[in-house]
Design a protein around this ligand. Structure first.
Ligand code: C2E
Ligand code: CA
Ligand code: CA
Ligand code: CA
Length: 278
């Protein structure tokens, strides 16, 4: 009766309270992490299918927590997006990726493109200026940098978003459309976006070659990209069968555990040297 319901409510709100406390703990921890050098980047190579060469890398953020060890972004980026802290995380990531690119450039490594993930909340009119200022400060050609944006970024205010995209691409920095096919972007908008590359989401790559729908979606994305004169990359490639399908379908680039996991800066540098000596 009433007692049981009361207990139920009390139990529930205590549960919610714990969830909130957990979120606040992570948020204050992340603020502390930003100020105390606990964030780091790993780099996952991107390969040209035609040449087999590493043509770039995706910078992926990690949090080296003093007690919890290496915390993956799935455990703090969604929260950072909800609280707005992702803007500061994004500033740190851009800075760190450009610093690393400068170091590799000065070490005489082959020129590659480093891709940085940008969340919708970072995609403001302040972004192009910040990108330009950062490139200048690190004496980097814009061809070293790419921004990966997701479809949700494009859903807000199309004209405003296109204005920001145009200012970024005018710098010579390329844009790729991440997790393509998982959102709701209309194909009629797609042609208006100054996008360099479409990125096939891992959820589709995973089903290749056994799932006929995933194969159809992947090859359709490839053909849309070709017709719109965009490059196309598949993420999450784990098997030689997936690679064979993507290659025969005309995909340009691949990224995934079949080739390399996200690597520390040192391991990526070594992989890049070896790959270019082959
Ligand atoms: P994403 O942008 O879709 O990044 C690809 C994720 O797939 C990475 O996970 C990567 O490690 C993983 N992955 C790559 N190849 C394979 C594969 O062959 N198999 C499997 N199972 N997984 C693969 P990660 O590093 O945990 O990042 C997760 C997500 O966190 C990213 O998804 C991205 O949305 C977000 N993220 C990471 N770094 C940043 C960042 O600096 N800023 C922002 N805003 N988001 C970030
Ligand atoms: Ca990405
Ligand atoms: Ca994805
Ligand atoms: Ca992705």
């Amino acid at each position: 009766g009433g007692d049981a319901d009361g207990d139920h409510v009390a139990f529930y709100s205590q549960d919610m309270n714990q969830g909130m406390q957990e979120r606040m703990r992570i948020e204050s921890g992340l603020r502390h992490a930003l100020g105390n050098g606990q964030l780091l980047l790993h780099y996952q190579p991107k390969f040209s299918i035609a040449s087999g060469k590493i043509i770039g890398a995706e910078a992926l953020v990690r949090w080296l927590h003093p007690e919890r060890g290496l915390v993956p972004p799935a455990e703090f980026i969604p929260l950072a997006e909800a609280t707005g802290l992702v803007v500061q995380v994004g500033e740190w990531v851009l800075e760190a990726a450009c610093a690393q690119a400068q170091q590799w450039k000065q070490a005489g490594l082959p020129p590659i493109r480093l891709a940085v993930n940008v969340s919708a909340r970072e995609f403001t009119s302040a972004l192009p200026g910040r990108v330009q200022e950062t490139l200048v400060r690190y004496e980097l050609e814009p061809t070293w940098l790419e921004l990966e944006i997701t479809e949700s970024t494009l859903m807000h205010n199309i004209d405003r978003v296109i204005g920001i995209m145009d200012r970024i691409t005018a710098l010579g920095v390329t844009l790729s459309l991440d997790d393509f096919g998982t959102g709701y972007s209309s194909l009629s908008y797609l042609k208006r976006f100054p996008i360099d590359t479409l990125k096939i989401d891992r959820s589709f790559t995973t089903g290749i070659p056994s799932d006929a729908n995933d194969c159809a979606i992947a090859s359709t994305i490839i053909s849309i990209a070709q017709q719109l004169k965009h490059k196309v990359i598949a993420e999450g490639v784990e098997t030689v069968e997936q690679l064979a399908f993507l290659k025969s379908s005309g995909c340009d680039e691949v990224q995934g555990y079949l080739f390399a996991r996200p690597l520390t800066a040192e391991a990526f540098e070594q992989a890049l040297r070896e790959n270019w000596q082959q």
